[in-house]
Design a protein around this ligand. Structure first.
Ligand code: SF4
Length: 366
């Protein structure tokens, strides 16, 4: 990406940067009526997803991310996860959140950090601005672990966040190294990420910390399944994302996970988390793909019929109901749903079952 030559201390005047400005997901901008429009199938957006804004995007260099430092093009063209994230004054967004909160409630607000030397101070500032006007709204901080230590986590909590999300993204150390770490000329470190995840888990409590996990970065099914069990044992949430190549990134030509793989992973994760599916119920082939799932037909069918395994994974609202449904987070408008931002209906379930081709691997037991 082209370098911004203006020094940091002058950038606030030249660019609309955080903490005074913030990007907001298009779905959230529509929900707050900052933008006109409606989401497909009258879907609502349960979480106001915000993202820090700096002229150079992000100083990390993740191979799949539209904000990556070495991505070609000019900073103004950054799109971040495909659908444009419009920019607004932070105080205006806070005011709109407060208005909606007073009228019919806001499920959750999420402030996402990027990798920048200002990101931590600005996260605190932005969290306080929202907390000041919306005293009860649940706030998640989606952090860049590389900018943090234990003391900073404590301050984020003190500023008003009740959940920490960590963009772990990669399901294994090797994939992490190649896509986000030194192998990608990026500053992130697997061990440091886990230190921050576990420190946050101690500080924020069970299921108040989550890891974002992207399916399709080169990991095996076995690595994903191992991670699901690990997270469950530590009472840390795992939230799935489906890799979708971003034009202009190092992984722009990489294929997406085949849809049947994605659906099976969604289902197996749900069965592990909600039905205590034991590890020996899942067998893998030599390359590490799920080859056999030994599970009772009644339980699996019932789980599929709820539609819940195929919905977006995200932070809950104050009543414990999933709020962060991220419409268009893992697919472009007009593409097939990857994660459904609402409960799939009967027609959706027919499509899902066809996509999943579960009979190829499912050994039903009674
Ligand atoms: S699941 Fe949503 S609200 Fe929670 S940390 Fe991730 S992006 Fe933020």
């Amino acid at each position: 990406m082209a370098k911004v030559t203006i020094p940091s201390y002058l950038q606030a005047e030249q660019f609309q940067i955080s903490p005074d400005y913030v990007r907001i997901s298009m779905a959230a901008a529509i929900e707050l009526r900052l933008k006109p429009g409606r989401l497909l199938r009258d879907c609502r957006c349960g979480c106001i997803n915000l993202l820090q804004n700096y002229p150079e995007g992000c100083y990390a260099n993740c191979t799949y991310c539209g904000l990556a430092r070495e991505r070609p093009g000019v900073p103004e063209d950054n799109t971040f996860i495909r659908v444009a994230w419009p920019l607004y004054p932070t105080d205006l967004v806070a005011e709109k959140i407060a208005e909606k909160e007073a009228k019919d409630g806001v499920g959750r607000v999420c402030i996402a950090q990027v990798q920048d030397h200002r990101a931590y101070d600005d996260l605190i500032d932005m969290t306080r601005r929202i907390r000041r006007v919306a005293k009860e709204v649940p706030i998640s901080a989606l952090v860049s672990a590389t900018t943090l230590n234990e003391e900073r986590l404590y301050k984020i909590k003190e500023a008003g966040a009740d959940i920490i999300g960590v963009g772990l993204d990669a399901a294994s150390e090797e994939v992490f190294y190649n896509t986000r770490g030194k192998g990608a000329r990026s500053p992130h470190d697997w061990d440091h990420h886990w230190q921050i995840i576990r420190a946050a888990r101690r500080l924020f409590g069970p299921m108040k910390v989550n890891c974002h996990i992207i399916v399709g970065l080169g990991e095996t099914d076995r690595e994903l399944v191992d991670l699901f069990y690990q997270l469950k044992s530590e009472q840390i949430a795992g939230y799935l994302f489906s890799f979708n190549p971003e034009p202009g990134t190092a992984m722009q030509e990489a294929p997406r996970a085949p849809i049947q793989r994605w659906r099976r992973i969604q289902l197996v994760k749900y069965l592990i988390e909600n039905y205590d599916l034991p590890p020996d119920a899942i067998e893998f082939d030599a390359p590490g793909n799920i080859a056999r799932l030994e599970a009772p037909d009644i339980g699996v069918d019932a789980a599929i019929d709820t539609g819940l395994p195929f919905m977006t994974n995200g932070c809950p609202d104050r009543d414990g109901v999933m709020a962060c449904n991220r419409p268009y987070g893992s697919y472009r408008p007009g593409e097939e749903y990857r994660d459904y931002p609402f409960v799939p209906n009967t027609d959706d379930l027919v499509v899902i079952r066809k996509q999943m081709k579960l009979d190829e691997v499912w050994a039903k037991i009674s």
